[in-house]
Design a protein around this ligand. Structure first.
Ligand SMILES: [Fe+2]
Length: 401
């Protein structure tokens, strides 16, 4: 059967012109048992063609945890361990990721995530799952009254990555096994803009990191192409006492982060300093890939000597910005435009949907609220990569600085 591609079903809220390349449903392939040739085709579709699609959807997929691990690994054959390190989230009990992940014993690279209690699942006698709720993470929360009417929030915009010691996974695979159906919800931004987005229950929302860069005004493009972010050591432990913004896009600056002395032991050599823009090594596109919650510092290079200054540049002589409020304000100004309702793809999950996404090209978030008896079970897999992402080339810097 020939492979067939169709655009993802965009909601009416989406600006279709911004999603022309983004995402494809792939028909005619069994993702659990691809031949080498078929896999290459999938890899090209994800991020290797002239315009990368970044999100691929397979409907009605049959996929064992072993097959899911093998498929994920094929994108980075020398990668081996789960993106946060196998069973490592269990070790650092203070990490905010700890309650959200249950490991499949047979295939520790695959995590069971979802909501409600699941019994006799792939070697787990009983797993209590909790769909993350924004009230446990945001500074403010939707009132119970509004929540009863179906109002919710983006939980946390992120890249799947440990951001300490390990390299950010290249792809994530998400496979829906149990998908409770229910009323659509309204995702409210609550940031004074009045923005809101109607979403399917329990959607996973995606935005394009490429679009995030493309829509920036020139002075922010110049800043982004010259900048790196330094993540805190053990960022998920560091941020655990802090509260997020109402859009789920970063942390409010209240001085609540743990001090570096209180963190589990850490080494300078394992701290991650990564470019703001990650270059797709094949298409050359620049994707704005920052996990805003974990950032502790913004390091800006000066404008190259041969670039003519206009006077509008930010930090033309470079800077090492350590003030958290300033760092977060700058990142927020650059990232917030790309999570506008018309730039979000909220996936409407069906059972046996497999979504493969380019974790170095998109940001995503959990959304929505389930009741305790709404049982949701997903398998998630991503693998700490064999290398760190590449930043902008000298040419890119000259072009955009
Ligand atoms: Fe994720």
């Amino acid at each position: 059967m020939a492979i067939e591609l169709t655009p993802l079903p965009l909601p009416a809220s989406a600006d279709a012109s911004k999603f022309a390349d983004f995402g494809r449903e792939v028909k005619g392939l069994s993702p659990g048992s691809l031949t080498a040739e078929q896999f290459n085709e999938i890899q090209e579709l994800l991020y290797k063609v002239g315009s990368s699609h970044d999100v691929l959807l397979f409907r009605n997929a049959d996929l064992t945890p072993e097959q899911q691990y093998a498929l994920t690994k094929a994108f980075d054959p020398t990668s081996e361990n789960y993106g946060h390190g196998n069973n490592k989230t269990g070790e650092t009990k203070k990490s905010i990721l700890h309650p959200d992940l249950k490991t499949i014993p047979r295939v520790p690279q695959v995590q069971l995530i979802g909501n409600g209690t699941v019994y006799n699942h792939e070697g787990l006698a009983e797993a209590k799952l909790k769909h993350p709720h924004h009230k446990t993470f945001h500074k403010t929360r939707v009132s119970d009254e509004d929540e009863a009417k179906g109002v919710t929030r983006f939980y946390r915009w992120h890249i799947d990555a440990a951001l300490y010691d390990l390299s950010p996974p290249k792809v994530t695979t998400l496979y829906g096994l149990n998908v409770p159906k229910g009323d659509r919800q309204i995702c409210r931004y609550d940031d004074g803009t009045g923005d809101e987005l109607e979403v399917p229950l329990g959607t996973t929302a995606f935005v394009s990191g490429r679009t995030m860069f493309d829509i920036l005004p020139p002075e922010f493009k110049s800043l982004a192409v010259r900048s790196k972010v330094r993540y805190a050591p053990h960022p998920y432990v560091w941020m655990a006492p802090a509260h997020a913004k109402s859009t789920g896009l970063g942390i409010e600056t209240e001085g609540l982060e743990m001090s570096y002395e209180e963190l589990p032991p850490w080494e300078e050599s394992k701290v991650k300093t990564l470019p703001l823009l990650w270059k797709n090594p094949v298409t050359g596109a620049l994707h704005f890939q920052v996990h805003p919650c974990g950032v502790s510092e913004l390091i800006v290079d000066p404008l190259p000597a041969d670039v003519k200054r206009t006077g509008n540049e930010l930090y033309p002589d470079g800077a090492d910005i350590k003030d958290l409020q300033t760092v977060r304000d700058l990142l927020y100004k650059m990232q917030r435009p790309a999570i506008a309702p018309n730039l979000v793809y909220p996936h409407d999950w069906d059972e046996k949907d497999l979504v493969v996404f380019h974790n170095r090209g998109v940001l995503h978030t959990v959304v929505g609220v389930f009741k305790e008896d709404q049982v949701r079970a997903f398998h998630q897999c991503n693998l700490a990569a064999s290398d760190d992402p590449t930043g902008p080339s000298e040419e890119d810097i000259k072009k955009w600085a």
